[in-house]
Design a protein around this ligand. Structure first.
Ligand code: ADP
Ligand code: ZN
Ligand code: ZN
Length: 729
């Protein structure tokens, strides 16, 4: 008998898979997608069989044997294995680590996987025949078979007892997955508005693979349309995946889906325990979970029968993983939908420029929801010119007056600033010393509540000095504003009302956000100060004033996406305002959104204020086209860092020489220091690859990335490739 080899993905940072011999006792049992234990060097690792075993040639010297088979059924489907293979290739990441990313922790450690019992039963052909011949004294058995006569039923709806065991043993009934059971809504959905109805009809035109970009302001009823499309899929026995950008947004989506669909809705995100994640994972695999709501990594769940993917807030940068396996869940979802031939819905009030571009070129269909359900349009953003204004902790008098006015009229105010802490700098007023991070090219942020200086780039902390380390004077002053400072200023100015801060420093305990949100809803909290935590998902009916403390930093941000992000955030925050009546049944004053700036005539702000996000997007797309930036070109970034200051640039120079001969149709930048050259004690540099053709860029990466480790300069350098980078830092 000839020998068999199997290709195994092993969790090591190497750009290849490894072949192992299949021992004769495992022949015929080992399939693609099963976990195996294999020897690796002196270790024993859990790996994943990527393919079915194949005939080995004559020369099998040097191969080692698979030691153990950990699964009886393939855990990973062929479809997911194919997706992982594509992603490993496209993002140039070691295939073993990619395969690893597909499994929850328990399963990675080799724990047994118990797929949940099929929740349904149906009559087999012999069961149907038996029904007619059963003697009438076999009452229990008869009524069981009769109950199944019309079609599959959930076990929970059937009589329990020995009759069931008999029926199963005799082969009269058989288990069926959840997807085979009849499906009923748990609540009656609301009647769609005419606009929603038209949009749904357009969504329903999708046949096979289709990407619909559903663009609608917050509150325009996008989620209701997701639910309608999910229902159609569940009725057919399919499964659906709904992605949300962050953990905090999943509970409300899960709740809404459960209300509509009952059991069979599962969550999957990193805020869950390993055991909970594994349970959801296995339920997706078996079909018991009919809908999964998850964050980024859920895009790789091994669904039994996936028929729809929805990505809410598709523009959100958190869909792109920023370290290790740097995939974009949105882009992987597009590919997955394409390979499966199923529809994908991308929903957002402020689509990414990439997605808008794809809609323009006809790759995606853009479907618009212009009105909010039952309410007026969101208020227009107006600029508040800061020039010549007296500022108190970054807040101008006109803005403070507005807050007063809205409070008097029974409204609520939200002040948005995307920076945590008290102040981004602590400066000596006598000698000009500025508290630096000794590990980064950055300033320390002052956190007054905690009496500490914290570096937001590397996490370094130290107690706030009481005197200047440089000149010894006591004249240290905070410069600039963060959420803490704005909160303080508003508490002092409006001591009679409750002001609360919403940022990741404040919200550390589980359930805290929910408690505060309740306080907003019942009108207890009148002023909200917060970061982008407040920009997403939550509904504030009594909110009438939104103040953007500053947009100026983004206008001159070094990253080419800074203005796009600013426009998205401002629009999202603005969308929180004026969603309905005021607090406690009062009528809220008409909603206003004010943006403080030193440059109200900046073209980007002008577009945003006059035409909203769509107009800003137009302007930015034209700019990107003129400068040849994405979506009009494709980027990959080679980053390098080392504690040896000169090494990253030397490594990149060598890398550039290696890349150069293969860089047909790809522009290679010179190696340059990163924008923040020193971070966390490492000196950082980067090399940008840019091309009008994705294929040309991929060809270059395919030819070179695996050889970079062979460069002599690679030894003391940490390097990584980022394909379609979200930022260029
Ligand atoms: P979006 O996802 O665009 O923010 P939602 O679908 O959450 O919008 O809708 C906003 C609010 O309006 C929700 O409270 C939702 O329950 C309600 N809603 C949506 N569609 C309808 C409808 N056709 N009839 C009544 N209420 C609706
Ligand atoms: Zn000093
Ligand atoms: Zn630092």
């Amino acid at each position: 008998m000839s020998l068999e080899l199997v290709a195994v993905a092993v969790p090591v940072p190497l750009y290849k898979t490894f072949d192992y011999l299949v021992p004769s006792r495992l022949r015929g049992r080992l399939q693609a997608g099963m976990r195996v234990k294999v020897p690796f060097g002196r270790r024993h690792l859990v790996g994943i069989a990527l393919e079915a075993p194949r005939e080995a040639g004559m020369d099998t010297d040097g191969y080692r044997h698979v030691e153990e088979l950990l699964d009886e059924e393939a855990l990973l489907t062929r479809e997911v294995l194919g997706l992982a293979r594509w992603a490993a290739d496209y993002y140039r990441h070691p295939p073993g680590e990619v395969a690893w990313a597909l499994l929850p922790g328990n399963l990675r450690r080799g724990q047994p996987a118990r797929l949940p019992e099929d929740p349904g039963l149906q009559l087999t052909r012999s069961g149907a025949a038996a029904l007619g011949e059963l003697p009438s004294r076999k009452k229990a058995l008869r009524s069981l078979l009769q109950a199944l006569g019309p079609g599959p039923q959930p076990r929970s709806a059937l009589p329990r007892g020995p009759a069931l065991a008999t029926a199963l043993e005799s082969g009269w009934v058989e288990p069926v997955p959840a997807t085979a059971l009849p499906f009923a809504l748990a609540e009656t959905p609301p009647e769609l508005t005419p606009e929603q109805g038209a949009a749904l009809a357009m969504l329903q035109e999708a046949a096979g693979f289709d990407v619909a970009l559903l663009q609608g302001v917050t509150g325009s009823g996008k989620t209701e349309l997701y639910l309608r499309r999910v229902a159609e899929v569940l009725e057919r026995g399919g499964q659906a995946l709904v992605l949300a950008p962050e953990i905090g947004l999943t509970p409300q989506l899960v709740a809404r889906l459960q209300q509509r669909f009952g059991e069979g809705v599962a969550a999957f995100h990193s805020g869950m325990t390993d055991t909970e994640r594994t349970k959801s994972w296995l339920r997706a695999r078996s079909g018991a979970a009919r809908v999964v709501v998850g964050t980024r990594s859920a895009v790789f769940l091994p669904f039994a029968r996936l028929e729809l993917i929805v990505i809410d807030e598709e523009h959100d940068p958190s869909y792109k993983q920023q370290e290790g396996f740097r995939y974009s869940a949105r882009d992987v979802a597009v590919l997955r939908a394409q390979r499966l031939g199923i529809p994908l819905i991308l929903g957002s009030a402020t689509p990414a420029l990439e997605s808008l571009h794809n809609a323009r070129t006809g790759r995606y269909r853009r479907i618009e929801l212009a009105a909010r359900v039952g309410r007026g349009a969101p208020p227009q953003v107006r600029a508040l010119d800061l020039r010549g204004q007296l500022l108190q902790h970054g807040l101008s008098t006109p803005l403070l007056d507005k807050v007063q006015q809205h409070l008097d009229a029974g409204g609520q105010a939200l002040l948005f600033i995307n920076r945590r802490g008290y102040a981004p700098m602590l400066v000596c007023h006598d000698c000009g010393w500025i508290a630096p991070c000794t590990h980064c090219d950055a300033r320390m942020t002052l956190h007054r509540g905690r009496r500490r200086l914290i570096c937001h780039h590397c996490g370094m902390q130290q107690p706030t000095p009481s005197s200047c380390p440089s000149c010894g004077c006591k004249n240290l002053q905070p410069v600039g504003e963060g959420t803490e400072r704005i909160e303080d200023a508003l508490r002092n100015r409006f001591p009679m009302v409750r002001t609360e801060r919403f940022d990741s420093d404040r919200l550390t305990k589980k359930g805290e956000l929910e408690q505060l949100l309740a306080g907003i809803h019942n009108g207890d909290i009148r002023i909200l100060v917060g970061t982008q935590i407040l920009a997403k998902g939550h509904d504030f009916p009594g909110l009438s004033l939104v103040g953007i403390v500053s947009a100026d930093q983004a206008l001159y941000g070094a990253d080419f996406r800074a203005v796009e992000r600013m426009g998205q955030l401002v629009t999202q925050v603005a969308g929180r305002a004026g969603r309905s009546a005021g607090i406690q049944g009062d009528v809220a004053p008409p909603a206003e959104v004010l943006l403080q700036t030193h440059e109200p005539e900046h073209p980007a702000l002008q577009q945003l204020m006059q035409g909203g996000y769509p107009a800003l997007a137009e302007l930015l797309l034209a700019e990107r086209e003129a400068t040849g930036l994405p979506p009009y070109s494709h980027l990959a970034l080679l980053r390098a860092e080392s504690t040896d200051a000169g090494l990253p640039l030397r490594f990149l120079a060598a890398a550039r020489e290696l890349l150069e001969p293969h860089a047909e149709g790809v522009m290679l930048s010179d190696p340059v220091p990163a924008l923040m050259e020193k971070r966390g004690g490492f000196t950082r540099a980067q090399l940008l690859m840019q091309s009008g053709s994705r294929a040309a860029l991929q060809k270059l990466l395919a030819a070179c990335v695996t050889r970079l480790d062979g460069l002599p300069e690679a030894r003391k350098v940490r390097w990584s490739v980022d394909v379609d980078p979200a930022d260029l830092f």
